[in-house]
Design a protein around this ligand. Structure first.
Ligand code: GLC
Length: 555
């Protein structure tokens, strides 16, 4: 290890067309609130991101996906949008967002923003007008309650955050009145996508941001916005679901695609669906370009299950010609080093609990191997901020938790703040260099400084160095298919372009390396017999090198 990292001009392979950047990109997710605090007020902001653009360029990522940065009361970390055309003052200004988009682009980094079509904030102008009794009520789902005095919710739907999906309003005359639907928190009323004004407004919002140079949009809760107009009770297993994956949605996304095509912009959908064929419908050539791969993200650390997940992913994307995406973590789920260090290495929202025993050394070893695995697969890779530092999930003290999932679970669910703790940049600075003058919006735990960027950047053995090297080398794998190779049980072995191979050992014993002409990168040291140890991955070259890339012998 320790050789210089090649310059960014190596970044794309020969066959990589610029228009197709999104087919093989590495995309870094920025949760602005926790990224870097430029003005010192305790909350991350766009000034902080602008300062750190050189870091992101050096990491080698192709694009940044920003969780929502718009005006918001922050009842759900910005996923409660009050105005899409204003940047929240805690984050900065619209002018600053425009500068950030342009500055990033000059460094070769594109910007993806987050749009949340299912709902808005209860402070959005439309909802305030609706509560005041205006015609805007038709833009939401208001219904009379059931029961003698309308005291029961209109149907049996439950909120994704726990509790009923309905809240009763007090009418302007002071009398309890209709109920409104919210699949998430009560402060996130659902929009009625059957209303043409809702569709028009979102197309206008897309244009507003595409005009400002945005290259892509992440579509939040993309399978939820359309509802059965009769809002019937949910009876599992009977007929089409009243609000998940409704056919009407595809028309919406076709219209969005037409807008995006005018600007050459792309979409990534947050589509959680168990049915592969239904999932792939969102990726038809005139709909969304890509969607997150939650099957891979929630898959346990098990060779057979991972291989099945990879095969199914590739098989479901092939018929629609969409590239796969590979995701290990995001702002909603348990950090990778923690997840892989637990008895249950999969992810399930329902299984989250306080006090789960975790072996971080084990989890980190596996996370290093998983980084090489995902970066060797064909398609796009999403990298959530801090994953490249190996940050663990933090068990945030109850009194500091802000995520509504915690309160709405009655305090049993630790919520999602554990993966949203402000990033450590400089070990010796206050708040690990996050930039705040006082305690940041979520406190950092003891020992956080040990993960700081300045501790890792020159350390050849750090996870940050591994990510930087892997991202630089990744284009060598090309954009062609993956071929599985025979391998001992518990070992994943596949070949990509030019005889480049990735091997991941998930078995209990070390394995011999197959014949090779060079070792590009390994996630950890080999054993004394020069074999690949358990929970370790390696990138091998099996033919003479066609171009000069830094090769190394793992130490
Ligand atoms: C998505 C977001 C999550 C948010 C929810 C409601 O799942 O990723 O953070 O709470 O949508 O908008």
């Amino acid at each position: 290890m320790g050789q210089p990292i090649p310059a960014r001009s190596d970044h794309h392979g020969d066959d990589h067309r610029d228009d197709d950047w999104w087919r093989s990109a590495v995309i870094h997710q920025v949760y602005v609130r926790s990224f870097a605090d430029g003005d010192g007020d305790g909350t991350g902001d766009l000034a902080g991101v602008r300062e750190k653009l050189p870091y992101l360029a050096e990491l080698g990522v192709d694009a940044l996906w920003f969780s929502p940065w718009y005006l918001s009361p922050m009842k759900d970390g910005g996923y409660d949008v009050a105005d899409y055309r204003t940047v929240d003052p805690a984050f900065g200004t619209l002018a600053e967002a425009e500068k950030l988009i342009a500055e990033a682009r000059r460094l070769g980094i594109r910007t993806i923003i987050d749009i949340v079509p299912n709902h808005v904030s209860d402070q959005h102008a439309w909802f305030r007008a609706a509560l005041a009794g205006g015609p805007e009520r038709d833009l939401f789902h208001f219904r009379p309650g059931r029961g003698e005095h309308g005291e029961l919710p209109p149907n049996n739907w439950t909120s994704e955050f726990g509790g009923p999906a309905w809240t009763r309003v007090t009418e302007p005359d002071g009398i309890p009145g209709d109920w409104y639907l919210h699949l998430f928190a009560p402060e996130q009323p659902d929009l009625d996508w059957a209303h043409p004004a809702v569709r028009q407004e979102h197309e206008d919002i897309l244009r507003f941001w595409f005009e400002r140079g945005v290259a892509g949009v992440r579509v939040d809760s993309a399978a939820l916005p359309a509802k059965d107009p009769l809002l019937p009770d949910l009876v599992e297993g009977r007929g089409p679901h009243p609000y998940v994956d409704r056919d009407e949605l595809h028309d919406v996304y076709r219209a969005w695609r037409a807008v995006a095509d005018e600007y050459g912009a792309v979409f990534v959908g947050e589509v959680w669906l168990p049915d592969a064929e239904r999932f792939a419908r969102y990726l038809r050539p005139d709909e969304l370009h890509t969607a997150f791969n939650f099957s891979f993200m929630t898959c346990p650390w098990d060779a057979a299950r991972l291989r099945t997940s990879i095969d199914e992913t590739l098989a479901e994307h092939a018929p629609v010609g969409a590239p796969a995406t590979w995701v290990l973590c995001n702002h909603d789920v348990t950090r990778t080093v923690t997840r892989y260090g637990r008895a249950d290495t999969g992810f399930d929202f329902a299984a989250k609990a306080f006090g789960t025993p975790t072996d971080l050394a084990l989890g980190t070893r596996r996370a290093r191997a998983a980084a090489l695995l995902s970066l060797a697969l064909p398609g796009t890779v999403y990298l959530y901020q801090g994953e490249e530092l190996g940050l663990p999930e933090v068990e945030v003290a109850r009194e500091h938790i802000q995520d509504p999932m915690h309160a709405r679970s009655g305090g049993t669910d630790p919520g999602r703040d554990g993966c949203r703790v402000p990033l450590p940049w400089a070990a010796k600075e206050p708040y690990a260099g996050f930039g705040s003058r006082n305690t940041p919006w979520l406190p950092q735990p003891d020992g956080w400084a040990m993960y700081a960027v300045d501790r890792q950047q020159d350390d050849p053995g750090s996870l940050l160095t591994l990510y930087r090297r892997a991202i630089r080398l990744r284009p060598a794998f090309g954009t062609g298919p993956l071929t599985w190779l025979p391998a001992p049980e518990g070992v994943l072995a596949f070949e990509r372009a030019d005889g480049l191979r990735c091997l991941v050992n998930l078995a209990d014993t070390p394995v011999d390396l197959p014949g090779h002409t060079g070792i590009l990168l390994a996630s950890g040291p080999f054993d004394t017999g020069n074999r690949l140890p358990k929970d370790t991955a390696v990138w091998l070259r099996t033919r003479p090198a066609r171009f000069s890339a830094p090769e190394e012998s793992p130490s």
